[in-house]
Write a protein that binds this ligand. Sequence first.
Ligand SMILES: Cc1cc2nc3c(=O)[nH]c(=O)nc-3n(C[C@H](O)[C@H](O)[C@H](O)COP(=O)(O)OP(=O)(O)OC[C@H]3O[C@@H](n4cnc5c(N)ncnc54)[C@H](O)[C@@H]3O)c2cc1C
Length: 384
Amino acid sequence: MGEPHAIVVGAGIGGLAAALALHRRGWGVTVLERAAEPRELGTGLTLMANALRGLDALGVGEAIRRHGVPDSPGGLRTSNGRWLSRIEGAALERALGTAALGIHRTALHRLLRAALPASALVTEADVVDVDADAPAVTYRRDGSPATLRADLVVGADGLHSALRRRLWPELPCPAYSGSTAWRAAIRWTGPVATAVTWGPGREFGTVPLGDGRLYWYAAETAPPGGREPDELAAVRDRFGGWHEPIPALLAATPPEAVLRTDLFHLATPLPSYVRGRVALLGDAAHAMTPHLGQGAGQAIEDAVVLGAACAGGRADLAGALAAYDRQRRPRSQAVARASARTARYGQQLRHPAAVALRDGAVRLTPSRVALRAAARYADWQPPG
Ligand SMILES: Cc1cc2nc3c(=O)[nH]c(=O)nc-3n(C[C@H](O)[C@H](O)[C@H](O)COP(=O)(O)OP(=O)(O)OC[C@H]3O[C@@H](n4cnc5c(N)ncnc54)[C@H](O)[C@@H]3O)c2cc1C
């Protein structure tokens, strides 16, 4: 019969991590990716301790740390620069055993891909159907349909997952979160902390990436679908009067570097991450708002747990998938709820009285409580 085989749909961070987790447990893997050249758009991201521990378990943690930058001490400020709370990076590192990491998405994607056999990835393969019992997927490539069978199918096809739609047709589509976001990775060598600034209905964040680069993101409460002829000018209008270094960072940003994304999430949680021999993971399973910086981290956790659950190969795969669902659904859905809450009471809060009340409460929070809150969702260990 040979080695057990899995088809992974989608070569984003979640799909590549899942393929790697299964490959390391003795599975053959085929990753079907719709795009011609799978690459991570969207500049940079923060990998919290849980994501880094997951990447360590996949054997790529060290390589990824070499391409990123440990978080520098930062915290939370108001738009005039006043600190509401300061998180000392070293204290967080002591609490969690590892600092968070800022990394360019392209570097993360490249390193995950390099750890897989080159033949595992099939590009320009658009998956259009799935049979959860066979299990099998149908995809279109070069204009022709093809069907591929395996022992397991992993749906890692992101926010607008076709597999989720096919398997849970009764569930509503992802919902608009109420916020739109701009982001850019720029050349920047000056010292900038990993920090977040709140203003009414708005947020601006900075993440050093190393190699003389920095990633900034900005979010605003707004109706969906808004587009500006010059998105950088729109960001300058809204954030250009905030404290330094925000105006300087925007002045150093080329217009073509700015990416705008309306933020959607899976507001109705899935009743299961498994149907037949198909397992969903990453944004396909629990797309969340980015306000906790945990979407990719949760996808990596999913991948590690799925790999561990399926270590027995074909033996009791139904039991393995049930264990995956049991271990991953409560935690990832709790993180998704917390992320939406963080958005509501953080970036999305607009009423001046509510903002003043919230800012006062944050200022009065003792630093050890703030530290515990910052560590709460990042404190995760891969299965032994
Ligand atoms: C503004 C913003 C900031 C963020 N910041 C952070 C952060 O700091 N830290 C963090 O951990 N997370 C962050 N996230 C979240 C993170 O980016 C996502 O959760 C993560 O990238 C999801 O990975 P994924 O592999 O599940 O999905 P995706 O990255 O969406 O990958 C899905 C892949 O599937 C492919 N695909 C889709 N449909 C098909 C099909 N039918 N057939 C074949 N292939 C298909 C797509 O082309 C794509 O390559 C942020 C998100 C946003 C929007």
